[in-house]
Design a protein around this ligand. Structure first.
Ligand code: COA
Length: 384
């Protein structure tokens, strides 16, 4: 029996702000953003979008294609949760109109937790192969204005259907793990923007990669030379280059240049979306599926990282014919339809983001589900 990713679909915030605009207002060379961190745009959410509406938009094509039969578990991975108690998975379950015979739960460990969700899903399907698990990764990445992280903000969601005999990727059983209790990035309960020690977080990311890779090898994982591509968590896309360089140094010292070239297929969406936290590594995978060559039967590596910090390296094999199953232009169309916002509007929206008490939101999203506001402390969603 093989288990893995049977379907994948993504969504992003409905507004776009360019880093050229940010650099111009900061009076710095845009090369720092375009080449130095590898970002050209950031996706922002409109007033009536959040992690649930993006998740619903990402999941809709999957439910349209496969229905909800067999989906008895929904795991929602996020680090920008909308309630301290109720799982966003339960709200999403309602918005999607799933049947009541479902367990719905939210998981958290910074940008890593969607990978844990996938591992949990593999276990569920291994025990009962008739079941399918809907894994959601959805986040709004926000840093303080004028902070070093500001240029890496973004928003996005990826929905993944984990099932037996998958159509896209068979996930292999070996996995390399690394956990260390550090403070490189965190968001205390009283803040809606993250705190980050940026350069330290880059260092910890690379240490976690090395640790997880070594453990992957110790667990009997595949040789580095057998990977057609590696998809990395991309808090900014140049991070993937730094990661590939580190891995090449320990695993493939002769192939470094070739390996860097191969990253190009995996960064196309993240370059234009910005950081989407939990969704970022799976946007890298979707970018490869949509924009890369046909790699049927080839092995893909994944390095998932969440600050705090947890890293995991795992692998999978692309199922022959997978190219016929991907929705090649779907995310590209969504990206092209984002409404551009200029600097003043971007700043205004950033400052106005935190709203308390009851309120209604403006009708802005192009998605089928909108966050209508808060009434008696309860978040309200409506379907168009
Ligand atoms: N043209 C080309 N490259 C330029 C440039 C220019 N005009 N100006 C600067 N750069 C390069 C720098 O040399 C540097 O490259 P390097 O990393 O290879 O040395 C890169 O752009 C970034 O510049 P730097 O001065 O280090 O940026 P910064 O300190 O303002 O912020 C981060 C970088 C990553 C620390 C910041 O984006 C951040 O805090 N991000 C959030 C946390 C994060 O993403 N962590 C990652 C692990 S999860």
């Amino acid at each position: 029996m093989t288990i893995g990713i049977h379907d994948i679909s993504a969504a992003t915030g409905g507004l776009v702000f360019t880093l050229a605009d940010l650099a111009e207002h900061e009076g710095i060379d845009v090369g720092k953003y375009h080449r130095g961190i590898g970002q050209t745009e950031m996706s922002l959410t409109s007033e009536d979008e959040d992690i649930v509406t993006m998740a619903a938009r990402a999941a809709a094509p999957i439910l349209e294609r496969h229905g909800s039969t067999g989906i008895r578990t929904v795991v929602f991975a996020t680090e920008s949760g909308i309630d301290q108690s109720k799982a966003a998975a339960v709200t999403l379950h309602g918005v999607l109109g799933l049947p009541p015979e479902v367990r719905a739960v939210e998981v958290k460990e910074a940008c890593y937790s969607a990978t844990a969700a996938i591992q949990f899903a593999l276990g569920i399907v291994a025990r009962r192969p008739s079941e399918r698990v809907l894994v959601i990764a959805s986040d709004v990445a926000r840093y303080e204005l004028n902070s070093s992280g500001e240029a890496t903000q973004g928003s996005g969601a990826v929905a993944l259907l984990i099932a037996e005999d998958p159509a896209l990727l068979e996930i292999e059983p070996e996995s390399g793990l690394w956990t260390g209790d550090v403070w490189d990035f965190w968001r205390p309960n009283d803040r809606s923007t993250a705190l980050v020690d940026g350069r330290y977080s880059v260092q910890v990311y690379l240490d976690a990669l090395e640790g997880a890779w070594n453990d992957y090898q110790a667990q009997g994982g595949a040789e580095f030379s057998s990977f057609a591509r590696v998809c990395y968590h991309q808090p900014f896309t140049r991070m993937a280059v730094k990661a590939q360089q580190r891995l090449a140094r320990i695993a493939d010292p002769d192939g470094e240049a070739r390996d860097i070239d191969r990253l190009a297929d995996t960064v196309e969406y993240n370059t234009r979306i910005g950081n989407s936290y939990t969704a970022s590594i799976y946007l890298a995978f979707l970018s490869l599926l949509d924009n890369g060559p046909d790699l049927s039967g080839e092995r893909v590596g994944f390095f998932s990282y969440g600050s705090g910090a947890v890293g995991e390296f795992f692998s999978g094999v692309l199922v022959p014919g997978y190219k016929d199953r991907v929705r090649v232009d779907a995310l590209e169309r969504m990206l092209a339809s984002r409404r551009p916002v200029a600097y003043d509007e971007y700043r205004h929206r950033h400052i106005a983001y935190d709203r308390v008490g009851d309120f209604e939101t403006a009708d802005e999203t192009q998605g089928a589900v909108r966050f209508a506001g808060v009434s008696e402390h309860k978040r309200q969603y409506e379907r168009r």
